[in-house]
Design a protein around this ligand. Structure first.
Ligand code: ACM
Ligand code: ZN
Length: 755
C-alpha cells in the first residue's frame, strides 16, 4: 500500500471509529421559556436542507446560508441532508418561535423574520461546535418568546474606533444571543464618527486625534497585554501627523443598518448633546459659550444653549441623522453636562430669564423639549440618559436609567409614563473590571425594581449593557470585557424571571466558550480560585490554585517577570520559602487571562508585649463625616474612652457621621500566622503593633478585606478605626488562627489596659 492510500484508509478508519456524540440536553442561551424533551433522537451531521414556505423566510434563508461558515454548517439539497424547515404560523407573536426536533427533521415556526432567526440560532446552539461528524440530537419542542422587547448592547465608538467589519462581527454575536438593539455612541469629546454633509470638519478633523491620555494608558498596558494594542489600521497621516481615529461614511452606515436589519437589530444612533460635545466644538468653536473648546472640573464645555446658532447646528445634524437611520429613536445623550459654563454665560442666562426658567437644569430640559418636538416632526422619538428627567421631561421621551446613585430618576420616569431602559452602571457597564462586575452580578440583577407597580413595570422596555471604550482599543479587549457577560444580559432580557438560574446558566456556558474559540473570539476566562492576593508565612508555604475550566493552562513566574507560554506551567502546589510575588496567567488556546499576582511575605513572628490588662476593649466616639479612617483625628480619643466587651457599634447603631476607635490587645494562643478580616460599611482599618494589617478604606457597601501577621503567643496591641457616613452600617472582625477556620474574634481574645 503506498503511503497516501495508507493515510487515507487510516483517516477513514478513524472517522468510522469516532464515537457518535449524543446530545441529551440543549445548551441554549438565553434559556428558552418552554422546553420539553422526547426520548427519541435525530441523527445528523450538520448538513441541512434549509427550506422556507413564506417569502420572508426565503429571504432570511439566503442570509442564514451566507453565514454557514460561522457555525460550521453545510447547506445542501441532497437526500442525506437533515430538513430544516422555516414554517409560517400567524398565531405566533413577533420574535416568538416554536422549534420541533423530531427523528426526521427540525421545524421552526414563526410569524416573522425575527422568530425564524431566533429559532435558527437556537438550533445552532443545540448542535456540537465546529466540525462534528455524525451525532445524535435529542428530540424536543421549544416554545419561546422574549420577556422584554428591548434587549440591547451599547458601543462607544468615539473613545476608540471600531470599523464596519468589527461592528458587524459584534452584531453577529448579538443576534446569536437574541439581542435586538445596538446603541451606537457615535460622538463624544474624543471623536466624531459619523459623516455629516453640512459640517464636513466633524469627520475631516473631529474623527482624528493625536494620542490622548486614554491611548497612552492602553499602550502602557499593551506591553504586558496584547488586548490593549491599538490596531495599526486605525491610523492615518494627516497634515504630516500620525493621527488615530476613523468614521463611518453615510454609505457605510447604510450598509451596517441593512446588515443589522437582516439580523433583527435596530441601530439606535446617539449624538451626545449638549455635553460630551468637544469633538464638534473643537472644529466649530462658536458652538460653546466662550467660543472655545475646553474642560471644566469634570466634563468638557457644553454647547451654549443661549444662541440660535447652536440650535441651528444641532437641528441640521439631527436632520441628517434622522434621514439616515430607520430607528424610531434618536438618542441625544444629555448626560454629564458641565453647567458651570451656562452659569457664567450671559446668553444662557438671558435664555433662562426669557423662558421663565428656574435654573440651568431647566435650561437643559427646555432644550430637550425643543429637540423632542423637532424630532417628533421627523417621526422620531427622543431617547436620553436619565439626566433628562431632572428639570422635567415629557412622557414621549424614553429614558435610559444608568445612575444607580440616582434611583429616583427611573421611578419618576416610569410614574410619569416614560418608557425606560434599564442600564445601570454597577451591573451593566461591561467596561468595568470582571472583579467589580462579575458574571453572577450581571446575571442576578433583576431589571424591574421590586417596588414598581404593574403600570410602572409595564414602562420597562428592557435592558442594555454599555461598553465605554476609553480602555478598549481593539476587538480582543472588547470581547474580553463583554463575553460571557453579554450572555448573562441576554438571558435577563429574554428569559422569564422565574426560569432564570445562575447555576444552570453556568452549566450551559462551556459549550459557548467552545463556540467563542471556534470563532476566534476573545473572552474572559473563568477566574482562578483558591489563591490569596497576599500571604504571610514564617518558614515556608505553598502557592496553590484551583483551575475552573478544563483546557485552561496556567503559567507562572517567581521573579516578577511577565508570565508567558514559555514560563513554568502550574501543575500543583509550588513551594515558597522566600518572599516573592508569583505572577500568573491562564491560557486556553489563544485566549488568555489578566496577569494575576500573589504576594508572599516572610515574617519573623512579632514579640508579645507585657501589660496589665482587663477583658474588653477601649472604645472612643469621634464625631464627623470621614470617608477614610486615616482622616479620623486621634488626638483626643483617650479622654473619650469607654470599656466594651468587643467590636460593635453599640448605642451608635442607626446614627450617621461618626467614627469609632477601638484600642486594646489581641491575645494569640500560640505562635503562628493570624489572618484578620473586617467586614465594613462605610470603611475601617485594623492595625496590629501600629501597622495597618487590614485596609478596608473606604467601603461604600459592606465589604470584606483581609490581612495577615505572624505573632508569638501572648498579647499584641491592636487598634480598629471604623467610619460611618450614613445608610447601612456594618462592622465585624473575624480571625483565622493557625490551622483553624475563619470565625468572629471572641471577647475572650480581647483585652485592654487597666486604667
Ligand atoms: C454615562 O455613563 N455617562 C451615561
Ligand atoms: Zn451659553
Amino acid at each position: 500500500m503506498n503511503k497516501f492510500i495508507f493515510s487515507i484508509s487510516l483517516m477513514l478508519l478513524l472517522i468510522s471509529c469516532r464515537e457518535t456524540e449524543v446530545i441529551e440536553t440543549y445548551s441554549i442561551i438565553p434559556q428558552p421559556n418552554s422546553l420539553r424533551y422526547a426520548d427519541e433522537y435525530l441523527t445528523s451531521d450538520k448538513t441541512f436542507n434549509l427550506q422556507a414556505n413564506h417569502a420572508e423566510g426565503v429571504t432570511l434563508r439566503d442570509v442564514l446560508m451566507s453565514k454557514a461558515d460561522q457555525y460550521a454548517l453545510t447547506f445542501s439539497q441532497g437526500s442525506d441532508a437533515t430538513p430544516l424547515l422555516l414554517m409560517y404560523d400567524a398565531s405566533l407573536s413577533n420574535e416568538a418561535y416554536r422549534l420541533v426536533v423530531d427523528t426526521e427533521k427540525i421545524t421552526i415556526s414563526a410569524s416573522s423574520q425575527a422568530g425564524w432567526l431566533y429559532g435558527f440560532h437556537s438550533v445552532v446552539q443545540m448542535l456540537p461546535v465546529g466540525d462534528a461528524g455524525t451525532f445524535q440530537l435529542r428530540c424536543g419542542t421549544i416554545e419561546d418568546a422574549p420577556r422584554f422587547v428591548y434587549r440591547g448592547m451599547h458601543l462607544d465608538v468615539s473613545r476608540h474606533f471600531f470599523d464596519l467589519e468589527e461592528v458587524k462581527e459584534m452584531v453577529d454575536q448579538m443576534v446569536h444571543y437574541k439581542l435586538n438593539k445596538l446603541h451606537l455612541h457615535l460622538t463624544d469629546d474624543q471623536g466624531w464618527r459619523l459623516q455629516i454633509d453640512k459640517y464636513p470638519l466633524l469627520t475631516q478633523m473631529g474623527a482624528w486625534r493625536e494620542h490622548n491620555g486614554q491611548d497612552s494608558t492602553c499602550l502602557e498596558k499593551a506591553v504586558e497585554d496584547a488586548t490593549f494594542i491599538i490596531p495599526e489600521k486605525h491610523y492615518r497621516i494627516i497634515n504630516g501627523k500620525r493621527m488615530y481615529g476613523g468614521f463611518y461614511t453615510k454609505a457605510q452606515m447604510k450598509e451596517l443598518i441593512d446588515y443589522c436589519q437582516q439580523r433583527n437589530i435596530e441601530i439606535i444612533p446617539e449624538i451626545d448633546i449638549p455635553g460630551h460635545f468637544k469633538a464638534a466644538i473643537d472644529n466649530y468653536p462658536y458652538l460653546s459659550c466662550s467660543g472655545e473648546a475646553g474642560w471644566g472640573t469634570h466634563f468638557s464645555y457644553p454647547a451654549c444653549l443661549g444662541k440660535a446658532s447652536t440650535y441651528e447646528f444641532i437641528e441640521n445634524v439631527l436632520s441628517e441623522v434622522a434621514e439616515l437611520f430607520p430607528s424610531k429613536y434618536i438618542h441625544i445623550g444629555g448626560d454629564e453636562v458641565n453647567k458651570d459654563e451656562w452659569k457664567r454665560c450671559k446668553k444662557c442666562q438671558r435664555a433662562i430669564r426669557k423662558a421663565g426658567l428656574k435654573n440651568e437644569h431647566e435650561l437643559q430640559s427646555h432644550f430637550n423639549h425643543h429637540i423632542e418636538e423637532f424630532l417628533a416632526a421627523k417621526g422620531k422619538q427622543l431617547m436620553g440618559w436619565d439626566e433628562i428627567v431632572e428639570g422635567g421631561v415629557s412622557e414621549h421621551s424614553t429614558v435610559m436609567w444608568w445612575r444607580n446613585w440616582a434611583p429616583n430618576t427611573i421611578r419618576d420616569a416610569a410614574k410619569n409614563g416614560n418608557d425606560v431602559i434599564v442600564t445601570p452602571d454597577f451591573e451593566y457597564y461591561f467596561d468595568f473590571t470582571h472583579a467589580a462586575t462579575p458574571l453572577s452580578k450581571v446575571y442576578n440583577f433583576e431589571p424591574v425594581p421590586d417596588d414598581f407597580t404593574e403600570a410602572m413595570a409595564a414602562r420597562v422596555l428592557g435592558v442594555q449593557a454599555n461598553i465605554w471604550t476609553e480602555g478598549i482599543p481593539n476587538t480582543d479587549r472588547l470581547y474580553y470585557q463583554s463575553l460571557p457577560r453579554m450572555l448573562a444580559l441576554a438571558e435577563s432580557g429574554w428569559t422569564a424571571k422565574d426560569l432564570k438560574s445562575y447555576s444552570k446558566f453556568e452549566e450551559r456556558l462551556p459549550r459557548h466558550y467552545r463556540y467563542f474559540e471556534s470563532q476566534d473570539l476573545f473572552y474572559h476566562l473563568p477566574v482562578l480560585g483558591a489563591y490569596e492576593d497576599e500571604t504571610v508565612f514564617i518558614q515556608n508555604t505553598a502557592f496553590q490554585l484551583e483551575i475552573p475550566l478544563e483546557g485552561m493552562t496556567v503559567y507562572y513566574t517567581l521573579d516578577g517577570s511577565t508570565p508567558t507560554q514559555q514560563s513554568a506551567v502550574y501543575e500543583g502546589p509550588v513551594a515558597i520559602d522566600q518572599a516573592c510575588t508569583v505572577r500568573f496567567r491562564a491560557y486556553k488556546g489563544d485566549v488568555f487571562s489578566k496577569i494575576y499576582e500573589a504576594k508572599y511575605t516572610q515574617q519573623t513572628p512579632a514579640d508579645a508585649v507585657e501589660a496589665s490588662v482587663q477583658p474588653g476593649l477601649h472604645r472612643s466616639y469621634v464625631e464627623g463625616r470621614y470617608w477614610n479612617c486615616k482622616d479620623v483625628p486621634l488626638t483626643n480619643i483617650a479622654a473619650a474612652q469607654t470599656r466594651v466587651d468587643d467590636f460593635g457599634l453599640g448605642q451608635y447603631e442607626g446614627q450617621s457621621n461618626y467614627a469609632l476607635v477601638f484600642e486594646g490587645y489581641f491575645k494569640a494562643e500560640e505562635e503562628g500566622v493570624y489572618t484578620f478580616y473586617t467586614n465594613s460599611d462605610d470603611g475601617d482599618q485594623l492595625s496590629v503593633h501600629g501597622n495597618i494589617i487590614v485596609d478596608n478604606n473606604p467601603s461604600h457597601g459592606p465589604r470584606m478585606r483581609r490581612g495577615s501577621i505572624a505573632l508569638k503567643a501572648g498579647l499584641h496591641p491592636l487598634q480598629l478605626i471604623y467610619c460611618q457616613i450614613g445608610g447601612g452600617a456594618v462592622q465585624e472582625v473575624f480571625v483565622e488562627t493557625p490551622g483553624q477556620e475563619k470565625r468572629l474574634v471572641q471577647p475572650a481574645e480581647l483585652f485592654c489596659k487597666i486604667n
